[in-house]
Design a protein around this ligand. Sequence first.
Ligand SMILES: [Zn+2]
Length: 226
Amino acid sequence: MSKIICIDAGHGGRDPGAVGNGLKEADLTSCIAQGVAQRLEAYACEVHMVPRTEDLAERAAYANSHRANLFLSIHVNAGGGTGFESYTYLTTGVETKETQTVIHNAVMGYMQKFNMPDRGQKATNFQVLRETAMPAVLLECLFIDRQEDAKLLKSPVFLDGLANEVAYGVVQALGLQKVSVDDPKPDPCANCQRISDLIIENTKLHDENMRTKQLIKEVKILLNNI
Ligand SMILES: [Zn+2]
């Protein structure tokens, strides 16, 4: 049975989220979420975009009613810091933590190329993480109110690359298989050199982690099929 992924683009509707440097969080999260969904089309999975209601309980209920295998919430940070961080709920299982690690590392491999710091894998009591009944990971992608971060967030090319890496992390974490080699749909593995680098990096980071080794093996198979 194919895996079900609910992508939650943070804020939207009447809620712009954080604002700064001429940017609105809701616009950025929409852009990244669409890019992730588009790339996952090439893989055997079902993707649902979570309705952008201001009622966060409804967002969680949507994912629960779809019996999703992953709830992926995309946000942009504010408050004067810099860099990338990811969140799970306070008390969460090994599967969720592993999923967070794989997606976090995929994104950080990208962020490091832009000298954006790793703020770490964190746990918190966010409502969408608490009320979702499946592995749920929330990404805080740079700081909208810091000029250097905002410079990147203003670039459609940067956002597209970021969506690519998030999708790649999801593919790895859920072990998704490509639908068809000849499929004309967008391909998260378009930049094989960058992905090879990430694989090497992941191998270094998780030498003792058998699950990650298995995922790396699967990604190598995917790469050979391109
Ligand atoms: Zn937010």
